[in-house]
Every structure is written in structure tokens, then in C-alpha cells.
Design a binder for this molecule. Structure first.
Ligand SMILES: Nc1ncnc2c1ncn2[C@@H]1O[C@H](COP(=O)(O)OP(=O)(O)OP(=O)(O)O)[C@@H](O)[C@H]1O
Length: 388
């Protein structure tokens, strides 16, 4: 099936009856069709029992339930295919989302998210793995949403603009000095397309969201580019995305070899934002509330950009690196973010997959321990190739 760009309002029409109510038979028929190509988690957990439960909810909640599934229904390559539209979706639709979250994060038994930012400096040194890893691009980000606001799939254009302006005010009173760059037409901080492209090239800014059908069909990319932008600290090591998949993505990028340093920088930024009075949406069990259930828990993704020319055979075999990384609980992405390609040196973005049921400190440790194994295999293959 060919993927094209479709926005939420258009995509959801296929699942309504003549009176404009959600038609769950049409939803089921679509999931059955998609199952011939790939079974997303959204599809797997849409059971007859779930339909019985959702039919007991109000018409408005049924519409929101359809919104939650839209990304999965409109794409044949989704692995998860589900986005929350409001923090309370995780409770209102728990009969659907809870088993899905447990499955994705491989949670058995009870789990309550714990936080721990005690991450040592001078311990996770990449130069201990290989002295050549002196200057590596290290990144850590956390996803956050602010209490009392809809999540991006449900925000109206006005809400997106108001949220951005609320953040601009917060940035103006920030201890850390920096500048906000807006993509919103007519905004006082608006930047040009060329400036935006340059920020994307430098890995600071996110891509045009309307080029990704997962984001358009779910409503995450609606009203683009209104309410979108990035704050960048004067020293260019700290950034905050506004209006992407989550209302906020709080990020640090540091060039160096001590993984603990990027955490230190990120934590400084995070506590700076908390001091500005923003209260983030949290769930008593799942921890940090995020739009995509894959980010629940810590919302933290920590990565390095590393070269793996031997494993990838000069960038030609990305799958091999992805498969090996998976064995160590890591994910390998291309150089420009998820779904992008690696280069001829096999440069990849390597990060631990787990975000829920682990603490922030464990995410860093897992990255370090996984990298030890990955670089060991890379070096071994290099030796074998030299001998051959
Ligand atoms: N270690 C790193 N150093 C510099 N840039 C990085 C690093 N890791 C990732 N990036 C860049 O960050 C940008 C965002 O990547 P991407 O969208 O995959 O991740 P994300 O912000 O964690 O969000 P999501 O997981 O929701 O996709 C991309 O340009 C990517 O290349």
C-alpha cells in the first residue's frame, strides 16, 4: 500500500458512520486489512473486549479513542501506532493502553516509575572504551508536557500559539541565557527557512513535521508551523523544542567523551525550567506523560553519534548494526533521526531503547555498557578484515 500524506481530519472520516459517530466495525475492518502487512501494537490490542469497553464511553470519548489510534490506522508500517491526546487518556483508555505499554516496555508484574538523576561524572568515559573516542557528539533529551494542556495531537491552532507564547515568556526569565527561534509565521522571533534548514543540518532543530504521515494523520503535525520553535542556549549545548511530538523536548548536546557531562548539562536545563514554574504532566504509575507511549517513564533518550564502518560494511549494511544493537538493548538510527540513513562510515545514532521501568541513571549506564560491547565487535571485525 502506498503511503501518502494525509491530515487527521481527512483520515478519520473513513471511520465515521452517516451520523458522524465512530464506527468500530470500520475500524476493525481496517485493522484486519493492515494485519496482512504488519501488526502494530495498536492493532494487536484492539480486541472485541476493548470495543465493548469503549462503547460504554461517551460519544466524545469514543472520538478521542479514534484519535488515539489514527496514526496506526493511517500507516501500514507502524510498530506502535498509538498517540495519547490528553494526559488522562492513559486512565480513561487504560483497558487498551495498559497492556500495550506493558508489552512495549516488556513489563511483567507491578512497576512504578522511579526517577534518579545521580549520574556520575568521570566514570562513563568513552576513551576507556577506545582512546580514539575523544570527541564524540553526545546527546540526551527528555520529553515533557505541561499539566492542563492538551497533548499535541489534540491541540487547536490557538492552543499551539498560546503555548508557544507561554514558553517564550518563561525563556525570557530563564537563568540560562539563550535565544528563541520561532517557525510561527509573523512571530516576533520568527526565523527564515534558510536559518531553519541550517539548524536542522546541525542536528539542533526537528524536521518539517508535515513530511511524516505518522505525524500528520495523528494530528501531531496539525497547524504546522504554528506554535513550533526552538530555544538555544548561548553556548549551544542546550536546546528546547517547542511543539513537536511532545509540547517540549528538553535537550543537551555536548561534544566530548564523558557521558555524565551531557546528563549534568541536561539536568541543569531541566531544573531551570522547573524553577520557571512550569508543572509537568505525570502519571502515578507511568511517570512522565508523553504523547507516544514508547517515551513514558523517564521520557529520556540518550545517544552518541558513533562510526561503525566494519559492522555496517561501509554503511551498506545498516540492518546488521541495528540487529546487533538490539541484542544489547540499544537502538541504532541514521544520522538525521528516526527513519534516516547512515553514511558511508556507518555513522549511527545509538541509544538505549528502554525509557519506562528504568531510571535516568540506568539509561546512561545501559548506553555505556552497550557501547562497550558494540565497539568490541567493531574492533574484532576490523582485525578479521585486516587478516583476510
Ligand atoms: N548524539 C547525537 N549528537 C548530535 N545529534 C544527535 C545525536 N543523537 C541524535 N541526534 C540528532 O537529534 C535529532 C533528533 O533525532 P530524533 O528525532 O531521532 O530523536 P528524538 O528527539 O529523540 O525524538 P524521537 O525519538 O521522538 O524521534 C536528529 O537530527 C538526530 O540526528
Amino acid at each position: 500500500m502506498e503511503q501518502k500524506i494525509v491530515f487527521k481530519e481527512e483520515a478519520r472520516k473513513d471511520f465515521l458512520d452517516a451520523d458522524g459517530n465512530v464506527d468500530f466495525q470500520k475500524v476493525q475492518a481496517r485493522w484486519n486489512e493492515l494485519a496482512k502487512v504488519k501488526v502494530s501494537l495498536g492493532n494487536k490490542y484492539f480486541t472485541p473486549e476493548v470495543v465493548e469497553q469503549v462503547k460504554k464511553l461517551s460519544a466524545a470519548d469514543q472520538h478521542r479513542f479514534l484519535d488515539v489510534m489514527m496514526g496506526g490506522l493511517a500507516n501500514d508500517d507502524s510498530s506502535v501506532g498509538v498517540y495519547a491526546t490528553r494526559p488522562e487518556d492513559y486512565d480513561v483508555f487504560s483497558f487498551y493502553l495498559q497492556p500495550l505499554i506493558r508489552d512495549y516496555h516488556k513489563i511483567e508484574g507491578e512497576t512504578k516509575q522511579e526517577h534518579d538523576w545521580n549520574i556520575p561524572v568521570d566514570e562513563y568515559l568513552l576513551t576507556k572504551i577506545d582512546p580514539k573516542l575523544e570527541k564524540v557528539s553526545m546527546r540526551a533529551r527528555v520529553a515533557r508536557n505541561v499539566k492542563g494542556w492538551n497533548l499535541p495531537p489534540l491541540m487547536s491552532k490557538e492552543e499551539r500559539i498560546n503555548f508557544e507564547n507561554k514558553m517564550v515568556q518563561a525563556f525570557e526569565n530563564f537563568d540560562i541565557k539563550g535565544k528563541y527561534h520561532s517557525l510561527t509565521p509573523g512571530h516576533k522571533n520568527q526565523i527564515t527557512q534558510e536559518q531553519a534548514d541550517e539548524l536542522i543540518k546541525r542536528h539542533f532543530l526537528f524536521n518539517d513535521m508535515t513530511t511524516d504521515n505518522h505525524l500528520t494523520s495523528s494530528g501531531v503535525a496539525s497547524d504546522w508551523p504554528y506554535g513550533r520553535g526552538i530555544w538555544i542556549s548561548d553556548d549551544e549545548t542546550k536546546m528546547i523544542w517547542v511543539g513537536e511530538e511532545d509540547q517540549l523536548r528538553i535537550i543537551s548536546i555536548v561534544q566530548g567523551n564523558d557521558l555524565g557531562k551531557v546528563d549534568q548539562s541536561l539536568y541543569q536545563l531541566l531544573t531551570g525550567i522547573e524553577k520557571s514554574g512550569l508543572e509537568f504532566a505525570e502519571h502515578p504509575v507511568y511517570g512522565v506523560v508523553t504523547t507516544c507511549p514508547t517515551n513514558m517513564g523517564t521520557g529520556k533518550r540518550q545517544s552518541i553519534l558513533g562510526k561503525f564502518p566494519n559492522i555496517t560494511n561501509g554503511g551498506k549494511d545498516e540492518k546488521k548494526l541495528k540487529d546487533i544493537a538490539r541484542q544489547f538493548g540499544l537502538q541504532a538510527r541514521g544520522m538525521g533521526g528516526e527513519h534516516s540513513a547512515m553514511d558511508h562510515e556507518g555513522t549511527a545514532d545509538i541509544s538505549p531503547s528502554a525509557r519506562f521501568g528504568v531510571t535516568e541513571a540506568v539509561v546512561t549506564r545501559r548506553l555505556y555498557e552497550g557501547l562497550i560491547k558494540l565497539y568490541e565487535i567493531e574492533a574484532q571485525l576490523g582485525k578479521e578484515q585486516q587478516q583476510a
